[in-house]
Design a protein. Structure first.
Length: 485
């Protein structure tokens, strides 16, 4: 493909398209072909973007009423819905995920804007009864300028998840999309413009993490940071935030378990266990990547899962198979490295490598894989593989199941499968994770369900009403209210 035929995506700062001297190639993961190039921003563009956000915050957005902000957010949702097919096709091209999953992403992105548009009108502070003659109350105020750094797995959904509450609450934003999948986030620029968001309220600076991302995290004029991505980079972002004393939300990785108890009809859990580790080829922070199963139901359940895994279709996302490719050659090789260890340490029940056949060509495909007899000594038990790999371990007692669940340092989500209401309640309280699903597993849950990691899976909460509170700060006002005698 010649350069002229490759679409170019620039940075968007103060409503203007800003090209850069250097560019990053964006590849289609299903065939490794270049489909676009995006601006490679650095400190200079990040500075301009923060300045633009600051200007709009100080002159326009902080004075907009909740009703005005709500109307704009509803309009953003409408435009997202009107353009869902275009956005879904672009998301599939960029991330490789099956088209039907990208359509869901576009719909969920719109839901975020509607949800926070509704919620912000009901947001208020508290009155505090302190003492006679003193009236005290709290105000919820926006922070000001927020920096948002997002990953490549659900770019449109995660951009909407983090931007919608921030904008609805009255903040102005600078978004740094991931270099591997920046296209739909960049498309948001014209969507918010069409919806009437004031110019400069959202600025987008694509680029590499070490350049644009690091410059944004360290910028001294930010008031808040939100990071979604790996634990390693989360540490770097938090360190940068410590230097400027800026609050930071960290949505990091996971190694989330399903706990299947002997009283449950295990066959009923099969579809959701499969979906939870094969949706977007397992590249999902809250993927159900471990199966902890009672010894008495192990054989029946694993046999059923193997059968389902064998039947899964794999192919380019545009043909809407069950599973598309991984995002990049680097990610595929990382997953294959874990599979090599899995072959050595555990028992491969299905999959274990790259699918064979001309149809897969140069794409970054990995087979859906079940590793059985995995134990806490194995690296695949503890580390986030971020691919379609289910690790199976057995337990004999509830205490042992909890011990296995908590052996990793992550704490994002867990699925509990039991017919016993007492066991369900006990586990829901006992497990140190941010979301517990009982007899279902809606990875990451719905727009309304607060989502935030325990332990090393993160700090703070996104989604639900909690996130709106996170993007506002609390100011206390105490008024002396006694008439002079
Ligand atoms: P990553 O940490 O490599 O990158 C995330 C973002 O950080 C990208 O935009 C990247 O460019 C940027 N970045 C990289 N280095 C940086 C630096 N030094 N300073 C500032 N920014 C930098 O993660 P990834 O590979 O894109 O995504 C996969 C990870 O994200 C997995 O661990 C997954 O579990 C996690 N994730 C978590 C959630 C959640 O909500 N908890 C959601 C999706 C993904």
């Amino acid at each position: 493909m010649s350069d002229a035929s490759i679409p170019e995506y620039t940075a968007v700062i103060a409503g203007k398209q800003v090209p850069t001297a250097r560019w990053i190639d964006v590849l289609d993961p299903s065939n490794a072909r270049r489909v676009a190039r995006v601006a490679r921003c650095g400190p200079e563009e990040v500075r301009a973007a923060v300045e633009a956000a600051r200007h709009t915050y100080e002159t326009v957005w902080r004075f907009a009423t909740p009703v005005d902000r709500s109307r704009v957010c509803h309009r953003i949702a409408e435009v997202l819905r009107a353009r869902r097919e275009e956005l879904a096709a672009l998301e599939t091209l960029d991330t490789g995920k099956p088209l039907s999953q990208s359509l869901v992403d576009a719909d969920v992105a719109a839901r975020y804007f509607d949800f926070y548009a509704n919620a912000v009108e009901a947001l208020g502070g508290e009155t505090i009864q302190q003492q006679p003659g003193r009236l005290a109350f709290t105000l919820r105020e926006p922070y000001g300028v927020c920096g948002h750094i997002i990953p490549w797995n659900y770019p449109l959904q995660i951009a909407a998840r983090t931007l919608a509450p921030a904008l609805a609450a009255g903040n102005c934003c600078v978004l740094k999309p991931a270099e591997d999948a920046p296209l739909t986030s960049l498309r948001l620029a014209d969507i918010v413009e069409e919806a009437g968001l004031p110019t400069g309220a959202l600025n987008i600076v694509p680029g590499y993490g070490a350049e644009a991302g690091a410059a944004l995290a360290a910028h001294p004029d930010l008031d808040r940071l939100a990071f979604t991505g790996s634990r390693e980079v989360g540490e770097a972002v938090m360190t940068a935030a410590a230097r400027t004393i800026v609050p930071v939300t960290l949505e990091l990785g996971g190694k989330s378990p399903h706990l299947v108890l002997p009283d449950f009809d295990a066959a009923r859990a099969v579809p959701q266990i499969v979906e939870s580790i094969t949706e977007h080829a397992g590249q999902n922070c809250s993927a159900g990547s471990r199966l902890l199963v009672h010894r008495s139901v192990h054989d029946e359940l694993v046999d059923a899962l193997v059968e389902r895994f064998r039947a899964l279709t794999i192919g380019p996302g545009a043909s809407d198979p069950d599973m598309g490719p991984l995002i990049s050659a680097r990610q595929r090789d990382r997953v294959l490295g874990y599979l090599a260890e899995g072959r050595r340490d555990a028992v491969v029940r299905v999959g274990g490598g790259v699918p064979e056949g001309d149809a897969y060509g140069e794409g970054f495909y990995v087979e859906p894989t079940i590793l059985d007899q995995v134990t806490p000594e194995h690296r695949v038990f503890n580390e986030e593989i971020f691919g379609p790999v289910l690790c199976v371990s057995v337990f004999d007692s509830l205490e042992e199941a909890v011990g296995l669940a908590e052996h990793t340092t992550y704490g994002l989500a867990a699925g509990v499968w039991t017919s016993d209401v007492t066991t369900a309640h006990w586990l829901a309280q006992r497990l140190r994770v941010g979301q517990v699903f009982v007899n279902n597993y809606s990875a990451a849950g719905g727009v309304e369900l607060p989502f935030g990691g325990y332990r090393r899976s993160g700090i703070g909460v996104e989604k639900g009403l909690e996130a709106l509170r996170e993007y506002t700060r609390c100011k206390t006002v105490a008024i002396h209210a006694e008439l002079p005698s």
